[in-house]
Design a protein around this ligand. Structure first.
Ligand code: PLP
Length: 457
C-alpha cells in the first residue's frame, strides 16, 4: 500500500467509525472531534495502526492479553478448531473443546474449585455467581440469606446485578433506582483511608467494618463479593496484607459464601496464577474472564466447589436446576484458545519468569516515585496504578475536569505506548509476555509522559 492509499483508507475508516460506532465508556462528543487511533494489526507486545504507527500495548488490550498478540500456539489452536466446528451449544449437549478447556483450567484452580460454568464476559460470570450463591442458600433451606456484601470502590461489570455490587460512584450512581440493595463496606484504600488511619496506627479496622456489616445483618448474608488483593477499576487499590484472609474468616464465621472476582487479577496478573493464592484463600465461588483465552476471544467462567454444585442436584421434578445460560456459553473457538493459553502457562513455565519481569517494571518506575505530581505507585505483579495528585504534600486530588490521567495517556501515545487511565490513576497492565526490555521502555514512556503532562498548566 502506498502512503497515499494508507491515508485514504484511514480516513474512510475514521469517517465510518464516526458515523456508526458508539464506543464504551467514551464521551462521544469528544470522540467525534478527535483523531482516533485505528488498530489494524498486532504482533507480540505491539499494536500497529492504520497509518503504520507502532505502540506498546501497555494495558493488554483492556487487561486481557497474556502471552502477547499473534501467539503461534493459540493461533494454531483456533485455526484447528475452526477446521472442526466454530460453535455448538452446551445446553443439553457436550463439546470436545469445552471439556478439554475445563480439564485444563481445573488443574490450576485454587483448592476446592472443581466445577466450571461458562459464560462470555466478566459481568456475566459475576451475574452467575450472584444467582448461584442466592439459589444455593435457598436450596439448602437457608431462605433468609438473600443479601450481598461488597466493598466500596469495587467493580464487577456493567450488567444490572454486577452494577448493584459495584461501588464506583461515577459509573454507578445514575443507575441506582434500577439496582437491588447491597451492603457496602468501607474501602481498604490505605493512601486515602476512609477510616482516617495511618499505617502506624492501622489495625486493619476496615476488615472489622466488614464484620460489623455481617453482624448487623446476621443470618441474612448470602455472600461477600470481592476483587482479591487489588481493586482494579477504581484505580488499582491494593489491599493490606491479610485483608483477604480476614474476609475468608468472616464469611466462615457467618455461614456466607466468599466470591472472589478474579476477572482482572486472574491468570498470572498479580504474580501467581490467581491472586487468592497469595493469602492461601480458597473461595467458594470464583469468576474469571479477560485473560482466560490469553486475550483472544470472549470467554468467562464461574467456578464452584462441589458443595455448591451438589446443592443443585435433585430429581427433575424438584426444579433445583440452575436456570441460567447464555447462547454462546462454552463457545468452542474461545475454549480452544483458552486451552492453548493454559498449556502455554505450563509448557513455557510463564509464572517462573514473572518475578524478574515484575522487578524490572518496579525498578523502571522508580524515577516517578519522587515526582511532585505522583502521590503513590501501587503495584501487584504486572498490575500497576500510578496515582497523580495536584499536591503531593497534601495529597490534593486533581479535579475531574483537569483530566490529569487522560493528558498523560495522550503524551504516551506520542511516545509510542497505549495506556488507559482510570481518572487520576495511570494504569499499566502489560501482557505477561512482554520482555524485561519492553517493560522498561513502557515504564520509561509512562514516567516521561507524566513529566510532560504535568509540566503544563
Ligand atoms: N470484574 C472485574 C474485577 C473487572 O475488572 C471487570 C472488568 O474490568 C469485570 C468484572 C467485567 O468484565 P467484562 O468487562 O468482561 O464484563
Amino acid at each position: 500500500m502506498t502512503p497515499e492509499e494508507r491515508l485514504a483508507r484511514h480516513r474512510r475508516l475514521r469517517e465510518a467509525d464516526h458515523r456508526h460506532l458508539w464506543h464504551p465508556f467514551t464521551q462521544m462528543q469528544d470522540w467525534l472531534g478527535e483523531e482516533p487511533i485505528i488498530v489494524d494489526a498486532a504482533e507480540g507486545a505491539w499494536l500497529v495502526d492504520t497509518l503504520g504507527n507502532r505502540y506498546l500495548d501497555g494495558v493488554s488490550s483492556l487487561w486481557c492479553n497474556v502471552h502477547g498478540h499473534r501467539v503461534p500456539e493459540i493461533d494454531r489452536a483456533v485455526q484447528e478448531q475452526l477446521g472442526r466446528v466454530a460453535h455448538t451449544t452446551l445446553l443439553g449437549l457436550a463439546s470436545t473443546a469445552s471439556i478439554e478447556c475445563a480439564e485444563e483450567l481445573v488443574r490450576v484452580l485454587p483448592r476446592g474449585l472443581t466445577r466450571v460454568f461458562y459464560s462470555d464476559a466478566g459481568a456475566t460470570a459475576v451475574e452467575v455467581a450472584l444467582k448461584m450463591a442466592y439459589q444455593h442458600h435457598q436450596l439448602r433451606g437457608d431462605e433468609a440469606r438473600k443479601e450481598f456484601v461488597s466493598i466500596r470502590g469495587g467493580y464487577h461489570g456493567d450488567t444490572i446485578g454486577s452494577v448493584s455490587l459495584g461501588g464506583i460512584d461515577l459509573f454507578h450512581r445514575i443507575f441506582k433506582p434500577l439496582l437491588f440493595p447491597v451492603h457496602q463496606a468501607p474501602q481498604p484504600y490505605c493512601y486515602r483511608c476512609p477510616l482516617g488511619k495511618r499505617p502506624e496506627s492501622c489495625a486493619m479496622e476496615c476488615a472489622g467494618e466488614v464484620e460489623r456489616v455481617f453482624e448487623a445483618h446476621r443470618g441474612k448474608i448470602a455472600a461477600l463479593v470481592i476483587e482479591p488483593l487489588m481493586q482494579g477499576a477504581d484505580g488499582m487499590i491494593a489491599q493490606p496484607s491479610g485483608y483477604l484472609k480476614a474476609m475468608r474468616e468472616i464469611c466462615d464465621r457467618h455461614g456466607a459464601l466468599l466470591v472472589c472476582d478474579e476477572v482482572a487479577t486472574g491468570f498470572g496478573r498479580t504474580g501467581t496464577m490467581f491472586a487468592v493464592e497469595q493469602e492461601g484463600v480458597a473461595p467458594d465461588l470464583m469468576t474469571v474472564a479477560k485473560g482466560f483465552t490469553g486475550g483472544y476471544l470472549p470467554l468467562a467462567a464461574t467456578l464452584a466447589t462441589e458443595e455448591v454444585f451438589e446443592s443443585f442436584l435433585g430429581p427433575f421434578e424438584s426444579r433445583r436446576t440452575f436456570f441460567h445460560g447464555h447462547t454462546y456459553t462454552g463457545n468452542p473457538l474461545a475454549c480452544a484458545a483458552a486451552t492453548a493459553s493454559l498449556r502455554l502457562f505450563r509448557e513455557k513455565r510463564v509464572l517462573d519468569g514473572l518475578p524478574a519481569k515484575i522487578d524490572a517494571l518496579a525498578r523502571a518506575l522508580e524515577p516517578a516515585r519522587a515526582h511532585p505530581h505522583v502521590g503513590e505507585i501501587r503495584q501487584r505483579g504486572l498490575m500497576v496504578g500510578i496515582e497523580l495528585v495536584r499536591d503531593r504534600a497534601t495529597r490534593e486530588e486533581w479535579p475531574y475536569e483537569a483530566r490529569a490521567g487522560h493528558r498523560v495517556i495522550l503524551e504516551a501515545r506520542r511516545l509510542g505506548a497505549i495506556l488507559r487511565p482510570l481518572g487520576n490513576v495511570v494504569v499499566l497492565m502489560p501482557p505477561l509476555g512482554m520482555t524485561a526490555k519492553e517493560l522498561g521502555d513502557l515504564a520509561a514512556i509512562a514516567v516521561r509522559s507524566i513529566e510532560l503532562a504535568t509540566a503544563r498548566p
